[in-house]
Design a protein around this ligand. Sequence first.
Ligand code: ATP
Length: 498
Amino acid sequence: MDKENQQSVPVLPWMRHPVDVTRCEQLSLRRVPFLDRRLKSALENMEISNLFPVQVALWQETIGPGNFERDLCINSPTGSGKTLAYALPIVQKLLPTSTVKCLRALVVVPTRDLALQVKQVFDAIALPLGLRVGLAVGQSSVADEISSLIYLPGEEEGVDPGFLSPFWFQSKVDILVATPGRLVDHVNLSRGFTLKHLHYLVVDEADRLLREDYQSWLPTVLKSTQSSNNDYGGDDVFQLGFPYSPWSRRTCSGVERGSNPHSRLAKVVLSATLTRDPGRLVKLNLHHPLFLSAGKMRYRLPENLESFKLICERKVKPLYLVALLKSLGEEKCIVFTRSVDSTHRLCNLLNCFGDLQIDIKEYSGRQHQRVRSKTLNEFRKGQFQVLVSSDAMTRGMDVEGVRNVINYDMPKYIKTYVHRAGRTARAGQTGRCFTLMSNDEVGRFKRLMKKAEASACLEHTVPSHLIEELHSTYQSALSKLKEIILENRRKPKDKSCQ
Ligand SMILES: Nc1ncnc2c1ncn2[C@@H]1O[C@H](COP(=O)(O)OP(=O)(O)OP(=O)(O)O)[C@@H](O)[C@H]1O
């Protein structure tokens, strides 16, 4: 249980008076001071003409007068543009040093699909400027992945890198987007993988990444960014008889091997529901942190989000969901349930509704990663309309055209509501979030919504005749589902975990 939801946690002094991001206006690109012209044209190619408030605020603290002198903690609503907010200044800062490939910026996110999404944003603004972006998410083996991140000298000649001091390994990327588990694998196992040139560390979806269930990725990363020079295997280099001091940063051709370890690792920590828990934040070892927040309350819903409650009895909830889906027409929709198993059951049930005529797919941790990524790509392309999902999988997910979110199961915490509803009404677009609940849940929902800075929650009603008309279809859907379950029990266990 997230203890912040249980009790009021004392707030750290530097969090008591945040910079209010909502006081920043959108800014036209041509008025952004010091914006590199190549970066400006990369943004224009992405059809971006203004920076959003959180992007303007971060630009001021990193490229403008702030000049990354303080570590930054940002609490800004879902869909407010946090990814570009950190990607832009980091790319701009790396430009002058892009001649020598060294891993200088690391972005850590909780899920593989989110990492793929963040890498695409970096690719769009960094590749045209000659910077290289890598991915470490476990899509392939550690060995295969490392070869995409590090140039192993002599790899073409078949020289066994095991004989070489890590001193000779050259990074292929300037920026790395990683999930915590695979990142720790590389730090611990991959020869030549080093974080000692790191200048920037971004922790995106920080409240999730700072929870216990991500083990020790953070101390491992912080320790390896501060490791001493002799990690270059100074002795090895002498043993190899090369006339290079282990503290030299120049290769025989005189090319500098990345600047000396940055005097300070600049950190950017972000979330739409940033934790205030001192016990978690202290692990980041922040330097003179500055807190930027949108508005006064911790939880702020997107301005153009409309929230609705739909009250119905539990036993006929599937019928209300079907009636609601039918009323939403062709619009893309994400339906959230409380667990992986209920996601699977609900998706199967909906696909047994004969006359629903809506393509529906499941997206949850129960599926293999490649199935999830394929499903997400199909959803992005509009190849089907409704995604039934569990909570963990959609943090930060940015899918264009999602106009509706439906909470089939009411979220337990406001934080969960914020991240679910935040899949719609992004980047200033409109969106709607419907929450199905029984009469005895209305009070709890009201208390939950009071914790967020948001517009009122309206009641959505479904005409009773529509529900009556669905009863027979519902019964046949249930019998069809029972047949499928019995059929699956008779089949040998499918390892692909579809
Ligand atoms: N300056 C901009 N102008 C227009 N669109 C933008 C701009 N910045 C970001 N966007 C778009 O806004 C959408 C949301 O951006 P992003 O995913 O970074 O939001 P976020 O704040 O990280 O959301 P979440 O908290 O859910 O992760 C994306 O589709 C992105 O392309």
